[in-house]
Design a protein. Structure first.
Length: 256
């Protein structure tokens, strides 16, 4: 990766020119390799990685079922928490020494990584590096599904399948924070109870009851405004039946 034009705010970290990071090698294998430390380009920061998250896309990439963008590095990792050590000249929102977490296109499984400044936010108060690093993909995915694609607004109702999972339980909390009524499905009573503890208004167990009937009853026959399917499988027809007329359907997972 070429250096950004113009002087950056700090020199390269402690004089280092190279770092180590994890890349995919072979069938579901990883290898520690050496790469040059990438200097931030326009709109980017350079983070010293304190912790990185492991998300579903990382696992898919290891299995050769997800391809990183061609402009990205071959080092794994889409979410990190770290400290700003350099910034491109056009970045003014952040400065050296800031503690941030960030959503990346790749490169998080390393000592340092370039990060798009507009996809960073401050480390949440009271949260560890590790906890903060596990947030970016889930939070961005939740916001995209619920409010960008799903177009939810206060007072509407969402049905979330697989809501006890890593993304699903964040969706529950985000939707409730914006005044959305949340109905969830999960595979066990224990998971349903967890969804209630996260703020779900109604938590259904898929094996115990037909969710369409429960959804219709809870919405007085109207149906939900949005279905978000985090698990996939043979539920498409039931999901369509659970929607109100003109409702939205976001499929986050598919059964292959």
């Amino acid at each position: 990766m070429g250096e950004a034009s113009g002087p950056a705010r700090v020199t390269k970290p402690v004089g280092k020119q190279h770092q180590v990071g994890w890349v995919v090698e072979g069938a579901d294998m990883m290898r520690l390799t050496e790469r040059p430390i990438p200097w931030p380009r326009a709109g980017e920061l350079l983070l010293r990685v304190r912790a990185f998250g492991v998300c579903g896309q990382d696992l898919q990439q290891r299995r050769a079922r997800y391809m990183a963008p061609s402009t990205s590095t071959d080092i794994l990792g889409l979410e990190v928490a770290g400290e700003v050590v350099a910034a491109a000249p056009d970045v003014t929102a952040w400065q050296e020494g800031d503690f941030l977490c960030c959503f990346l296109s790749g490169g998080g499984y390393a000592e340092f990584c370039p990060a798009p400044a507009d996809l960073c936010w401050p480390l949440p108060q009271g949260m560890s590096w590790e906890m903060s690093a596990a947030l970016p993909v889930g939070l961005c995915t939740s916001w995209n599904c619920l409010f960008q694609m799903g177009e939810l607004s206060e007072g509407q109702t969402v049905l979330i399948h697989g809501a006890a999972g890593g993304v699903g339980h964040l969706m529950i909390q985000m939707a409730r924070a914006f005044g959305v009524v949340v109905i969830t499905t999960s595979s066990s009573r224990e998971r349903a109870d967890f969804c209630i503890s996260m703020g779900a208004d109604i938590a259904l167990v898929r094996s115990a009851q037909r969710f369409v009937d429960a959804v219709k009853e809870s919405t007085m026959g109207r149906g939900v405004d949005l279905v978000v399917d985090c698990i996939g499988g043979a539920t498409v027809n039931d999901n369509l039946q659970a929607l109100r007329l003109g409702g939205r359907y976001v499929m986050l997972a598919s059964d292959d």
